[in-house]
Ligand binder design. Structure first.
Ligand code: HEM
Length: 141
């Protein structure tokens, strides 16, 4: 990942952080409005889930220039997601809604370049989680 991408992600994430509760609320509203079939995978109360999601994105954003130590963490996260009932395709639904939510929150600072940077980071994150999901039976042996 280029240093420019890392800078763009860190800048835009720092704009989101002070408003994270509102942005995450908007994200889940959009996700469940667009893909109602995903709602039953989650518990009724999304507050704890939201905090954990933000903490995980913080970890990933901090580690962008040295991702090695975080990769095993993402694989076990992906394995847990498979156990929650999350499929490979669900990651694409999540991405589309996440990018739209960031665009709505960040307005004109969410330029096509910033969007592409988030798409790259999300793609890597999701690939690693999917890999963890695919390998989870192997880990259990
Ligand atoms: C790729 C980015 C994603 C990240 C960083 C992420 C992060 C997290 C974290 C940190 C948790 C807390 C529980 C745990 O650590 O196991 C969680 C739970 C969960 N996530 Fe994700 N997630 C992602 C993608 C998805 C996708 C694509 C779905 C599909 C709809 C999803 C559905 C869920 C569900 C159903 C739970 C359990 C919630 C509950 O117990 O109510 N996540 N996620």
């Amino acid at each position: 990942m280029s240093p420019e991408t890392v800078v763009l992600i860190r800048q835009s994430w720092s704009q989101v952080m002070p408003r994270r509760k509102q942005v995450c609320g908007d994200f889940y509203r959009r996700l469940f409005a667009t893909y109602p079939e995903l709602r039953p995978l989650f518990q009724d109360d999304l507050a704890r889930q939201t905090d954990l999601f933000v903490t995980m994105v913080n970890t990933v954003v901090s580690a962008l220039d040295n991702p090695g130590p975080v990769l095993p963490l993402l694989e076990t996260l992906g394995a847990r997601h498979a156990a929650y009932g999350v499929s490979d395709d669900d990651y694409d639904k999540f991405e589309a809604v996440l990018l739209d939510t960031l665009a709505a929150s960040l307005g004109e600072t969410f330029t096509p370049t910033v969007r592409a940077a988030w798409s790259e980071v999300y793609g890597r994150l999701a690939d690693r989680m999917r890999r963890g999901a695919a390998n989870r039976c192997v880990h259990r042996r």
